[in-house]
Design a binder for this molecule. Sequence first.
Ligand code: SAM
Length: 266
Amino acid sequence: MCQNNQAKKRFGQNFLADTDIIDQIIEIIDPKYLDNLVEIGPGKGALTERLLHFCPRLWTIEIDKDLVQFLKKRFVHEKDFFVAESDALKINFSRNFAPPPIRVVGNLPYNIATPLIFHLIQHRHVIKDMLFMLQLEVAQRIHAKPCSKAYGRLTVMVQYFCEVFPMLNVQPSAFHPTPKVSSCFVRLIPRKRINPIAEDELMLADLVTTCFQQRRKTLRNSLRRFCPKPDEFFPAIDLSLRPDQISVKDYVYMSNQLTHLNFNTH
Ligand code: SAM
């Protein structure tokens, strides 16, 4: 039976084993009867069982076919429990879980957490919130403030689209098998109104990537890729600063300046 099977490393299987932590996570999620919940990577059902208790209609997405079989048997009596055998990175969240808004939850496999957050950001218009167990280092990066070591491309791009709230730090001992790193349970809320808005999101992404590729160089230096005399185009920014010293809003300002000046880089 699945419980005796080895956890599959390639699927990032570190199952939640600490019932106190599971209780706290469920309290943070605060599932409601009518919530349209989607759980990513239900595994053996540690969170799933508790979520179903509050919210009987539950969608789950699990990539491991053995676990899919296990879950189907375990929750056979749950009429509104659905498990899709699929890669969450390939799911169209805008289409498959009507009616919106959906709430997306999960103890994420660490190897797909960042691409999955970006994938879900593409579907942010149907998402009320996302509650994820992440590697502590990733949580710190998406929640970082300027002038800190953790502040980088991931910070700017996630905070542009979402508010980020770290909710609970979790020690490796809460999982089986025990991971090498600590974790943090985080709530992400897609912003209803992004302010200021980037007129060209691809330009923003390109600008942020370029600046953080040369983290130790001044902004002036990095911006020369976009324009030969950067000081003329960004009067509101001190270009002697490094990329980790300016805010998300400053990046949006610079991106919009480039868009207005029609510096087409893509
Ligand atoms: N929720 C369970 C728990 O907390 O005990 C399992 C969490 S475990 C960290 C991650 C789960 O995600 C595993 O069940 C794994 O098989 C599944 N998984 C890995 N990659 C996936 C993907 N791309 N799409 C959907 N599920 C995936």
